[in-house]
Design a protein around this ligand. Structure first.
Ligand SMILES: Cc1cc2nc3c(=O)[nH]c(=O)nc-3n(C[C@H](O)[C@H](O)[C@H](O)COP(=O)(O)OP(=O)(O)OC[C@H]3O[C@@H](n4cnc5c(N)ncnc54)[C@H](O)[C@@H]3O)c2cc1C
Ligand code: FES
Length: 259
């Protein structure tokens, strides 16, 4: 059976991570072998499919960490151990293996693929982590990242403001070559600008509306690039070529709107 046919899996456990975010764990050997940054299409019968990053693995089990947004993610939040869900994938291009001391910058539920990245690589290289969220209650995986800096938009924990406001000072304190980032696009656009100024390498995980997940439908295009198949993780050179990055995205009907 290829990766493209939905596999029906039983939910093994669910866990509340924050008021709006839950993790589900499934026995799924295929996604448990994925590269961090890759994603799966999760299918809720009678509702639909959504792209979700792999947020961690344990043996042949995979975890997905999901923010409640619209209909399908709300349905996933209702799942309990023993319920069934469909999985396709893993899909896309993930993060490269870090070769030296690197920095992780995550925001909101964007930290999900970075948690898996950290789980895979933190024993081999030094990974310093900066994490931001809207409120203290929405900060994710703090006990696992043990972050150097946290920020909250409302000032309820750590730096009061955006994580990118403290990134430059943090980078000035040590020699890093590489930043890995995932989160809201305005945050990643700022990280991109900082990397350009400081001559640092960067990999960012992009989000666009995805319908097929396998490069056929065109719904995820950004300046002609298929985010589902050739991304979602892209490097700085690739971002240089995107006029839409940090500025424009598309709705599910294809209409262009501000990020
Ligand atoms: C590669 C990839 C990995 C992702 N990983 C995660 C993850 O690990 N955890 C997580 O919580 N979410 C993740 N997402 C986002 C998730 O797919 C959307 O939140 C979900 O599809 C919303 O579906 P819905 O039916 O609940 O809401 P809808 O009713 O479809 O949408 C609710 C709102 O979310 C917006 N939206 C819908 N789909 C996307 C999308 N693909 N990207 C950006 N905005 C969208 C809509 O425009 C709308 O404003 C990922 C998206 C991509 C492309
Ligand atoms: S989601 Fe269909 S081409 Fe990317």
């Amino acid at each position: 059976m290829g990766n493209d046919k939905p596999r029906i899996r039983e939910v093994n456990l669910t866990r509340e991570e924050s008021p709006s975010v839950r993790t589900i764990r499934l026995y799924d050997p295929r996604t448990s072998n994925a590269t961090p940054g890759q994603f799966a299409m999760l299918w809720v019968p009678d509702s639909g499919e959504v792209p979700i990053a792999i947020s961690g693995t344990q043996g042949e089990y995979s975890e997905f960490t999901i923010k409640r947004r619209g209909e399908i993610t709300a349905e996933i939040h209702e799942l309990e151990a023993g319920d069934k869900i469909g999985v396709r994938g893993p899909y896309g291009v993930g993060f490269s293996r870090p070769e030296g001391p690197s920095v992780i910058v995550g925001g909101g539920y964007g930290v999900a693929p970075l948690r898996y990245f950290h789980q895979r690589h933190s024993r081999d290289v030094s990974l310093e982590t900066l994490v931001g969220a809207a409120t203290a209650a929405e900060l994710l995986f703090v006990d696992q990242f043990n972050p150097q800096i946290v920020s909250t938009d409302d000032g309820s924990k750590g730096h009061h403001g955006f994580i990118t406001e403290v990134l430059e000072d943090f980078l000035a304190q040590s020699d890093f070559e590489m930043i890995y980032t995932a989160g809201p696009e305005p945050m990643m656009a700022k990280v991109y600008q900082i990397c350009k100024t400081r001559g640092l390498k960067l990999e960012a995980s992009l989000e666009r509306i995805m319908k097929c997940g396998v490069g056929l439908c065109g719904s995820c295009l950004i300046d002609g690039f298929r985010v589902c198949k050739d991304g979602p993780v892209v490097d700085l050179d690739r971002l240089d070529g995107f006029s839409e990055f940090g500025r424009w995205t598309r709705t599910s009907s294809g209409k262009k709107e501000r990020v």
